[in-house]
Design a protein around this ligand. Structure first.
Ligand SMILES: *Cc1c(COP(=O)(O)O)cnc(C)c1O
Length: 504
């Protein structure tokens, strides 16, 4: 007799009937729509401690038996809507985390259901072409070459790693894929002090060590000093080193500064170096005609990293890397193992994204971005990004006019500032140290309050609050409310610190 499994239709614990899926899905979508409605009235975050969250979640060990899908989704929706930080909240202005476009949430559901493996064309025909088209649209958005190519990755750091590795493969004076780094002239990377920490991870993990990074000083506006760059490079060349890569940043993480990209492109051409631009945050602002000058030179980069989950308002995760000549990608990452049958028709071959990057199996990250681009169009993005910048500028001006807040910078949609008690001596060493402590505590206080969420920056030894608006839900009323919230908490922290001082 055949075992039971072969004599009846197989019913797996993880499968769902179309009917069950429909019911659970409708209920979940209802919850999501309620969240959208309630969002502006909710706190940005509950600010609960990890132990409180663990208590809510419960400490049961691995469940032995299963449970109905609908009930579990209901439970998960409650846990997450009641105990999350909402970066889609109108008053979330911390770090560089965008309000995710709702169409992307629905797109993710679709992507997950069809579940294409976008590593190979044969496994994901339509998904591959949608990803290819999305990459091309992003290149078009920022005025990059139409012949460029690239792919989606998890975020800005990963996109930058791909640029880094591609540059190294293309510019090293030997076959680095075969020979590696051993006994070779040291390969050097040049970037400003304001460069995001991904470059340390890259130099470290890809075998060169962080000493291979030449940190170039930046000017008053946190942009790379290109004269210092050239001086340093000449010295290194004389000493037998091998510069291979210059990294320019288009929108630094602290203050939104944009390096002089056209100068960097000229230097790279002269010394035959690869120019990679980290535009994880700022590159989408190149869409705005009024910023053409600021981004001059971006289109000359050999590669560009850009984060759709930042200023293209995609939900996490979505990073994108563009390479002017995409053959460099295959030349850096491609292998054709015997167990793959992905070559396709020689006349009309499919694009196999696994040959373009570090990942093998790949999810369909591009769909949510493709949908958002189509929903909003170029003009929609111009409007949203322009409004974010205008709001940041309005905030800067409001702070400038405040007697208790001090404005430091505004570039792109980043504004930095701090709380200064009236009449405070900020020039003495003790006065400055006090302000640093006060504003450090103030950031924590604001973040936990749930009223508004800003993050921090350190400029020339000054600890600052930092607002970054990549949020299509933030409006003028939120910006008007922020100074009052900051001052109220600032006064409270100051008073407590004064009382403590009085006690000791
Ligand atoms: C955010 C950011 C990164 C890192 O991107 P992730 O998406 O967090 O991996 C790198 N560089 C810059 C300039 C950034 O703003």
């Amino acid at each position: 007799m055949l075992p039971k499994i072969f004599t009846r239709k197989r019913i797996s614990p993880l499968d769902m009937s179309p009917e069950e899926f429909r019911n659970a899905g409708y209920a979940l979508v209802d919850r999501m729509a309620e969240l959208l409605k309630a969002l502006p009235k909710k706190p940005v975050t509950t600010g609960e401690a990890p132990s409180a969250i663990r208590a809510v979640l419960g400490q049961e060990s691995l469940p032995e038996k299963g449970a109905p899908a609908g009930k579990l989704l209901e439970e998960a929706a409650t846990l997450l809507t009641e105990h999350s930080l909402f970066n889609g909240h109108p008053r979330f202005m911390g770090y560089i985390t965008a309000s995710g476009a709702p169409i992307g949430a629905l797109g993710d559901l679709l992507a997950s259901m069809v579940n294409p493996n976008v590593g190979a064309y044969a496994l994901s025909p339509m998904a591959t072409e949608i990803e290819r088209q999305t990459v091309q649209w992003i290149a078009e958005m920022i005025g990059y070459s139409r012949d460029s190519g690239g792919l989606f990755v998890s975020g800005g750091a990963m996109a930058n790693y791909i640029g880094y590795l591609t540059a190294r493969r293309a510019r090293a004076d030997h076959d680095i894929r075969k020979k590696g780094l051993k006994d070779k002239r040291p390969l050097l990377v040049y970037c400003s002090e304001e460069t995001h920490t991904w470059v340390q991870k890259a130099a470290d993990l890809f075998g060169q060590g962080t000493d291979a990074i030449r940190w170039i000083e930046s000017d008053e506006q946190q942009r790379m000093d290109t004269a210092a760059l050239e001086r340093r490079m000449r010295t290194d060349l004389l000493e037998g080193h091998q510069p291979f890569l210059v990294i320019g940043t288009a929108g630094t993480v602290s203050t939104g500064a944009v390096d002089p990209l056209a100068d960097l492109a000229r230097i790279c051409r002269q010394y035959k170096l690869w120019l990679h631009v980290d535009g994880a945050y700022g590159a989408p602002a190149a869409l705005l005609p009024e910023l053409t000058e600021l981004f001059d030179g971006l289109s000359l980069a050999d590669s560009i990293a850009l984060d759709p989950h930042k200023w293209l308002y995609s939900s996490l995760e979505a990073g994108c890397v563009l390479v002017r000549n995409p053959n460099h990608l295959r030349d850096t990452f491609g292998y054709q193992p015997v167990y793959y049958n992905f070559e396709g028709d020689a006349e009309d071959p499919g694009l196999n994204f696994y040959e373009y990057g570090l990942q093998n199996s790949r999810g369909f990250r591009a769909l949510k971005v493709w949908l958002a681009i189509r929903q909003s169009g170029r003009s929609g993005y111009v409007r949203m990004i322009r409004e974010d910048i205008e709001l940041a500028d309005t905030l800067y001006k409001k702070i400038k006019n405040s007697t208790e807040l001090e404005a430091f910078s505004r570039s792109l949609s980043v504004t930095t500032f701090r709380y200064v008690p009236p009449g405070w001596d900020k020039d003495s060493v003790e006065g400055q140290q006090y302000l640093n402590r006060l504003n450090g505590e103030l950031v924590n206080r604001l973040q936990d309050s749930g009223e508004a969420f800003v993050s921090n920056a350190l400029i020339k030894g000054n600890y600052l609050l930092r607002s970054c608006i990549v949020n299509f839900r933030t409006s003028l009323s939120d910006i008007k409310a922020l100074p009052e919230i900051v001052i109220r908490h600032g006064r409270a922290v100051h008073m407590e610190m004064q009382q403590e001082k009085g006690l000791t």
